[in-house]
Design a protein around this ligand. Structure first.
Ligand code: IPM
Ligand code: MN
Length: 355
């Protein structure tokens, strides 16, 4: 019997700044790998982002989430525009999509592809290879809190970290499953702050210890978030998988991005294991490099590799990642924008050639 050919439906949101440039390269790679691995796909473009907002005063059209929910995956460039007040697009597009589509995991691999790209002395690719599983719908990102007496000298501003047993548990379970599937050091580290945040991380720690009972093959560890930052720099080789809340995950993954060689290479997936997931380079819109053909597209291409994995095209995902590794190791002078020795489009072509 012939294998039933599925045609993947992919929503593309190029977004702001350098987003469109890097997404273009990712799509070039998608085209090449799809013919090599013989799968079919179709893309639908969405113009969500700063320019659309400035024209229409609307961040997301009403039916946007319902429409996005009908795709097999979403490929995102970047959100953030210098002429729009910080927070409007980030909350209105990125966080709304993460929350609305229940993409409750933010998966961020931290992997060094070449010793030259690591700012840490004496660390090599074998030392920097871990994954952060960041909770993606709760915590401080929930938007709970208030001002009291705003603008007066008695002003109080609160911002609440909102953690549900259900939200924490599904994130932790995903992290255990992921650690098992990854099958490397089989070690899951909970990153928290149990010595100060004695409500939120008490829930996290209790849940972690309970869920751990279902995974006797996985070693567990705990580190406070400040210590996690220290170890990420001093002994990144200790980590296999780290699970943490939304805010801490946001912070430690920027540190992770630097340890793996910078924003030019760091990718992430906003994952709903039962629904539609969205993949993005984590570097942002980089306004100062926009339109110059100098931004590094490898992070977006790594995001594409993650997207292919989530679709179940593991072989295509691996081909893409290996091509990125090859190009990074053998061609690029640096991973930084304007310092690669090649333009954005040339780097995309190099990846396609290697495929
Ligand atoms: C990220 C970004 C976002 C976040 C911003 C743009 C809202 O920093 O994806 O890490 O804080 O989650
Ligand atoms: Mn961030």
């Amino acid at each position: 019997m012939q294998k039933q050919q599925k045609k993947y439906k992919i929503a593309v949101i190029p977004g702001d700044g350098t987003g469109p440039e890097v997404v273009e390269e990712g799509l070039k790679v998608l085209k090449a790998v799809s013919s090599k691995c013989s799968f079919e796909y179709e893309t639908t473009n969405y113009d969500f982002g700063g320019d659309r907002y400035l024209k229409t005063k609307e961040v997301l059209p009403e039916n946007a989430l319902a429409e996005l929910a009908t795709f097999d995956a979403i490929y995102l460039g970047a959100i953030g525009h210098p002429d729009v007040k910080p927070g409007i697009l980030e909350k209105g597009i990125l966080l709304t999509t993460r929350f609305g589509l229940e993409q409750y995991i933010n998966l961020r691999p931290v992997k060094l592809y070449d010793k030259r790209f690591c700012p840490l002395k004496d660390k090599e690719p074998k030392d920097v290879d871990f994954v952060v599983v960041r909770e993606n719908t709760e915590g401080l990102y929930k938007g709970m809190g208030e001002f009291k007496d705003k603008g007066t000298d008695k002003e109080v501003a609160t911002q609440i970290s909102y953690n549900t047993r259900r939200g924490v548990e599904r994130c932790i379970r995903y992290a255990f499953e992921y650690t098992r599937k990854r099958n490397k050091k089989k070690t899951l580290t909970l990153c928290g702050k149990t010595n100060v945040l004695t409500f939120a991380f008490d829930l996290w720690e209790r849940t972690f210890n309970e869920v751990a009972k279902d995974y006797s093959d996985i070693k567990t560890d705990y580190a406070h978030v400040d210590a996690t930052c220290m170890w990420m720099v001093k002994n990144p080789e200790w980590f296999d998988v780290i699970v943490t809340d939304n805010m801490f995950g946001d912070i430690i993954t920027d540190l992770g991005a630097m340890v793996q060689g910078g924003m030019g290479i760091a990718a992430g997936g906003n994952i709903n294991p039962e629904g539609v997931s969205m993949f993005e380079p984590i570097g942002g819109s980089a306004p100062k490099y926009t339109g110059k053909n100098v931004i590094n597209p490898l992070a977006a291409i790594c995001a594409l590799s993650m997207l292919l994995n989530e679709l179940g095209e593991a072989q295509a995902a691996e081909l893409v990642e290996n091509s990125v590794i090859n190009v990074a190791q053998n061609k690029l002078k640096s991973l930084g924008a304007g310092r690669m020795g090649y333009s954005t489009t040339e780097v995309g072509d190099l990846v396609v050639d290697h495929l």
